[in-house]
Design a protein around this ligand. Structure first.
Ligand SMILES: [Zn+2]
Length: 293
């Protein structure tokens, strides 16, 4: 059976519900080299021009719903000649089509490379950015979005338009995507281990945190210098307006991201609410970090 690539199609810019299609090379070429007449204002175009995405979606269009990505798509908007953009991929199967506002003076095109194997959605951004970096292509960061959608070939403003489809080997990004993903996992694992080590060390040094913390706060409330010293001993500093201690070491995630109001007894909170979420009474925080000494 012919190899197919999973794609999602959208009726216009605002539609979020994908229409799924598995396309062979021939049907992909057909879909991406037929120019549709889309005239009118930009607003009218947004409402009528169809779009596609090389993503298999489980649900509506959002990055978390991308199962895998089937093609590498590159937007060349900076005026690079179409021939130069295409020649980078000599030897690989690729489809090139000029985009809506392409002109003879300022070339704009899209290069589509069907991949040998789909890349899992969660691995896509890193693999895309790495590919752009290795090739030295100035990439629009938005293109690393795994559910990014692209207009189909349209005529209406620019021109004359060009398109070409070349057959060769299929580009395989899965090995590099897997390697980058594994490296990232390993880094996260080491960070979690490190945070756990710090937290364990803190737990060992604090005996009766609640009683001690109350005593600490009583001192703090009457002594501005003590408050300032406490912030600094926790690795942080006091904001220029003097109201907050900030950038103090987080006993949970290990980053310099804990802050609290100087005049209050709590809470002390980590800035990384989503990934860490550390939050405790200021007194207990200071005891834990040794800032109450
Ligand atoms: Zn934290």
């Amino acid at each position: 059976m012919d190899q197919t690539w999973a794609t999602s199609w959208f009726k216009h810019t605002r539609s979020r519900e994908p229409i799924h299609r598995d396309l062979t090379w021939d049907s992909l070429v057909f879909a991406l080299t037929q120019y549709r007449d889309v005239s009118g204002t930009k607003e009218e175009r947004l409402n009528t021009a169809p779009l596609w995405s090389p993503a298999r979606l489980d649900g509506d269009r959002r990055a978390a719903h991308v199962v895998d990505v089937s093609c590498l798509v590159l937007d060349h908007d900076s005026g690079e000649e179409v021939a130069a953009a295409a020649s980078r991929w000599a030897g690989f199967s690729h489809i090139v089509y000029t985009t809506w506002s392409h002109t003879a003076e300022h070339h704009k095109c899209r290069v589509v490379l069907p991949l040998a194997r789909p890349v899992p959605g969660r691995m896509w951004s890193a693999a895309y950015k790495d590919t752009m970096k290795r090739l030295g292509i100035p990439a629009d960061p938005a293109c690393s979005d795994p559910c990014r959608m692209f207009y189909l070939p349209c005529v209406g403003v620019g021109g004359p338009h060009m398109r070409v489809a070349i057959q060769g080997a299929y580009l395989d990004l899965l090995p590099v995507a897997t390697k980058l993903h594994d490296e990232h996992q390993e880094k996260e694992r080491r960070r979690a281990e490190d945070a756990e080590r710090r937290a364990a060390a803190v737990r060992r040094t604090v005996d009766s945190p609640d009683d001690a913390a109350r005593a600490v706060i009583q001192v703090m409330q009457h002594d501005a210098t003590a408050r300032r010293n406490a912030a600094e001993q926790c690795g942080g500093n006091v904001s220029p307006d003097g109201t907050r201690a900030r950038r103090a070491l987080c006993p949970s995630c290990g980053r310099s991201s804990v802050w609290w109001y100087i005049d209050s007894d709590g809470p002390a909170m980590c800035d990384h609410g989503k990934s860490c979420g550390y939050r405790d009474a200021v007194g207990r925080y200071l005891m834990a970090l040794g800032g109450a000494a």
